[in-house]
Write a protein that binds this ligand. Structure first.
Ligand code: FE2
Length: 484
């Protein structure tokens, strides 16, 4: 493990803003490209952490930059483009920060932030292809549609008006569009895309969405929440959508008045009970099951077992990390942000009880599974992992967790691996037979490399070199059907 000061220096450098947008064939630096690996990998993440010299205060605020890696069996063609949101374009013209972000207020104090509710859509969290449309996602607002080949931004996308906020006046004032989270799930039986958003107003609500295989969205449905919750991900099973609701407090007045950012107004408590909200997909009433305190950003997967119990594998933190601690990371402090522990929740929807068990002591997050097992019983997941007993949020490993066999870990030394995405070797390969794709920040070269690892033991099959670096990003998707 590198020394803390070196590690923080490397992390800060990994977050340098990207200056160039490229279109090039990547050099193979190690191994050989598997010729059966054909398709397109898209990744999204913050490409700039400042606007003409004004730094964002939170790592979640950086401007979304989508990277495209097209594999044709012989070579990998790389392209990266910033998402041209309306706010991004206006700031590029003005050459200064014009908008508040969820974790960043405008410089100038209250007078410049008071009642300014037009937040910048960062478009930086994930990217999906569904219904023939490539969408860059951000949980606070509308998706942005991109050209799947050129990555040109085609505009904000509201599913033909379905994401217009038609709820109460207060809610519409705070959020004219319904938010569409960055973690939609594909129903493997119907081809429907299922997603959610959380909405503030006179009532706090969870909004549920269904998008048909052809891209048409049904009218959203609403579930009232007892209090405002910060929900980032959910689990889709055959009969349910399941959400982990943590007790958080939100100082709405401070946000409206410009005294604090929305993220800075959120605080969690490690001793406050949480609950698991179960929303039946057939329209029956939802119900909440009390759970031990905790906070879950991401789930690996979930499914219903033979008894009808709902099994959820979540990356459980003791509580929501504080915004000020996260901000310190960008200031170069090696803060001890509580790490996430892979945890299995077992929910009895009849008895309305839940039990939880830690799956491993290895801290891990950004979990992924074989995408052919969404909502179905899965044996494997992969995640970015830290070291047991080390509370630093900076992680240098990838974990392969096997519910039925030994686990594997790959240590990248001083380098920073990104979300490990699984690609099966063929459509009918056994679960877990495939590759892991991870974009790794190489500290010494100040460059990113795309690693293609054998999914079972995480050995390198191939490493291709980017001519520049990508800051550590969030989520991506593999699209096997796209011609490259
Ligand atoms: Fe996420």
């Amino acid at each position: 493990m590198p020394e803390a000061s070196n590690r923080m220096g490397s992390y800060l450098r990994s977050n340098d803003s990207v200056r160039d947008e490229l279109d090039t064939v990547l050099r193979v630096g190690e191994g050989a490209l598997p010729d059966r690996l054909r398709g397109v990998l898209y990744r999204n993440g913050p490409g700039k952490v400042e606007v003409f010299g004004t730094k964002y205060s939170h790592p979640f605020d950086g401007d979304g930059m989508v990277a495209r890696f097209a594999f044709d069996g012989h070579a990998v063609r790389y392209r990266n483009r910033f998402v041209r949101t309306d706010e991004y374009v206006a700031e590029e013209r003005a050459r200064r920060m014009l908008y508040r972000s969820f974790g960043t207020n405008l410089p100038g104090g209250v007078i410049r932030n008071f009642l300014r509710l037009r937040f910048k859509n960062a478009a930086n969290t994930s990217v999906i292809l569904h219904g023939g449309k490539l969408l860059a996602l951000w949980e606070g607002g509308l998706p942005h549609r991109l050209d799947p080949v050129t990555l040109d931004t085609l505009g904000r996308y509201d599913f033909d008006g379905a994401l217009a906020n038609r709820t109460g006046r207060l809610s519409r004032w705070m959020s004219p569009d319904l938010p569409f989270s960055a973690h939609p799930k594909l129903d493997l039986d119907s081809g429907e895309l299922v997603n959610f958003g959380t909405l503030m107003g006179a009532k706090n609500r969870l909004v549920s969405y269904r998008v048909r295989r052809d891209g048409v969205m049904s009218a959203p449905s609403f579930t009232n929440l007892e209090s405002l919750c910060f929900v980032h991900d959910f689990v889709l099973t055959k009969h349910y959508c399941v959400y982990f609701l943590s007790a958080v407090s939100f100082r709405v007045g401070a946000t409206l008045a410009g005294l604090a950012t929305p993220v800075g107004s959120l605080s969690g408590a490690s001793d406050a009970a949480a609950s698991i909200l179960v929303v039946p997909r057939d329209g029956r009433s939802s119900f909440a099951v009390p759970a031990a305190p905790g906070f879950v950003f991401h789930f690996a997967n979930g499914y219903e077992d033979a008894r009808g119990f709902v099994v959820l594998d979540g990356m459980r933190m003791p509580s929501l990390p504080s915004a000020s601690d996260v901000q310190k990371l960008l200031d170069g402090e090696d803060v001890n942000i509580p790490s996430a522990t892979p945890t299995r929740y077992l929910v009895d929807p009849v008895g309305r009880t839940v039990s939880e068990t830690a799956l491993t002591s290895t801290p891990a997050d950004l979990p992924t599974i074989d995408p052919r097992f969404v909502g179905r019983q899965n044996r494997h997941f992969w995640a970015v992992a830290g070291e047991a007993g080390n509370a630093s949020p900076l992680a240098h490993r990838i974990l392969h967790f096997d519910h039925e066999g030994p686990h594997a870990e790959r240590d990248f030394g001083v380098d920073f691996p990104g979300e490990p995405l699984f690609v099966p070797t063929s459509p009918d390969a056994k679960e877990g037979e495939g590759w892991i794709l991870s974009l790794v920040y190489r500290v010494e070269a100040h460059r990113s490399d795309l690693y293609i690892l054998r999914a079972s033991d995480l050995a390198t099959e191939c490493r291709v070199e980017l001519p520049h670096h990508n800051p550590p990003g969030f989520h991506g998707v593999w699209c096997p059907s796209l011609a490259s």
